[in-house]
Design a protein around this ligand. Structure first.
Ligand code: GLU
Length: 400
């Protein structure tokens, strides 16, 4: 899977004392240190970590951040293993690369507390972002990713309506969200605050649906004590989690994990009348499924455009900024990129992913050329100096 962009380094880690198995993929550092979270789940594979690292390369480049792309993966169930021991052991194993080539963060299965452990083990607060506020962090638990996704959804609906490409009035749009962890729940909260009607949500325990719109503030409050959707059965009928692909909704937001929109589920989305997919999770759509959706006139807004809120917040933490600065910068950068991607796609008859990839690749390529170029220029410069020095020698000799 390696190509001209990367990966630059793949580090496998195993610790027989704790049983920790981990992998770090540093994809590309032409623009800056590889940035990306540590995913902690039994389903994590090295190939998935590589694909996620590549998404980070494009995400940071498109957002104009001084970071490259990377990702960490811990292959175990954080609720079953000694997660503190695993995190410390992983940090110890990858320490030579942190923070010059890799700056960690949270991802699926990790929290601000894991970042506190990671930073302490490395012995440097710059080792990661998404740390607790007490350590000067801007934790992803504030909802930075979900905030960016909500901004992106709102602007995409308004822009596509203005272009006349999608026959859907934004005020009437109905939304279904798959996944109700950090990203899904905050996406729901911010979309609800913007006045959108969220008709269905699902997590690993079930799905709830109300065509009139769900009571998101109530659900957010209840879930703080009841943990999962299954336990909301007092107020809502709880359906099997797969129902989320079948309920009638104009916008589908996958906010859970990789490859959930595939050749099995994409036809269900087509049948249920989906007009727009907003990728809140990383790599939630397989390439074949995306092709199918596009053929049916469904717009797919790519992960690395719409879910960059987390890493933009990370950048503000990295340079010592405040929570307010993080949210302001997320709004500014996500809006700018959504507008850029949609207008170029509209003008050139391309998909949003094709446009976004071209812009991101051009930036990474420039940085790679500048790095290579700098070395060439330096070589030529020093070679010329040597020549000049050699030319000077006879005259020096003559003088003596
Ligand atoms: N895990 C988040 C992502 O996939 C944030 C990464 C970061 O802040 O480095 O975008």
């Amino acid at each position: 899977m390696a190509d001209e962009w990367g990966p630059e380094k793949v580090v496998f880690a195993y610790d027989p004392d704790t049983g920790m198995r981990g992998v770090l993929v540093i994809d590309n550092t032409a623009i800056g240190p590889g940035k990306g979270g540590i995913r902690f789940a039994p389903t994590v594979t090295p190939v998935e970590v590589f694909r996620l690292a590549r998404v980070m390369t494009w995400k940071c480049a498109l957002a104009g951040l001084p970071f490259g792309g990377a990702k960490g993966g811990l292959m175990g169930d954080p609720t079953k293993v000694d997660r503190v021991a695993w995190m410390r052991s992983f940090a110890k194993a990858i320490k030579p690369y942190v923070p010059l080539q890799y700056v960690a963060a949270t991802d699926m299965g990790t929290t601000e507390l894991d970042m506190a452990v990671f930073a302490h083990e490395i012995g440097d607060v710059r080792a990661c972002t998404g740390k607790p506020m007490e350590m000067g962090g801007i934790p992803h638990e504030l909802g930075t990713t979900g905030y960016g996704v909500a901004i992106a959804t709102d602007l995409t609906l308004k822009t596509l309506h203005a272009y006349g490409t999608v026959n859907l009035e934004p005020e009437k749009a109905t939304i279904a969200i798959q996944g109700f962890g950090n990203v899904g729940s905050f996406t729901a909260k911010f979309l609800d605050e913007l006045g959108y009607k969220i008709v269905a949500i699902a997590d690993i325990t079930g799905c709830i649906y109300d065509p009139e719109g769900l009571d998101i503030p109530y659900i957010m409050k209840e879930l703080q004590v009841r943990e999962n959707i299954e336990k909301l059965s007092g107020k809502y009928e709880v359906l099997p989690k797969e129902k989320i692909f079948e309920v009638k909704a104009d916008v589908f937001i996958p906010a859970a994990t990789s490859d959930v929109i595939n050749l099995e589920t994409a036809p269900l989305l087509i049948k249920s009348g989906t007009k727009l997919v907003i990728e809140a999770a990383n790599i939630p759509t397989t390439a074949e499924a995306e092709k199918l959706l596009i053929q049916r006139g469904i717009w797919v807004m790519p992960d690395f455009v719409v879910n960059a809120g987390g890493v933009i917040g990370s950048y503000v933490e990295y340079k010592g900024g405040t929570e307010k600065e993080a949210f302001d910068l997320i709004k500014y950068k996500i809006s700018r990129n959504v507008k850029l991607v949609l207008s170029m796609a509209h003008q050139n008859g391309m998909t949003p992913r094709q446009v976004a990839l071209e812009v991101a690749k051009a930036r990474v390529r420039r940085a790679m050329l500048l790095r290579r170029g700098a070395i060439t220029v330096a070589r030529e410069y020093f070679a010329r100096q040597k020549q000049q020095y050699e030319l000077m020698i006879p005259s020096l000799k003559e003088e003596t």
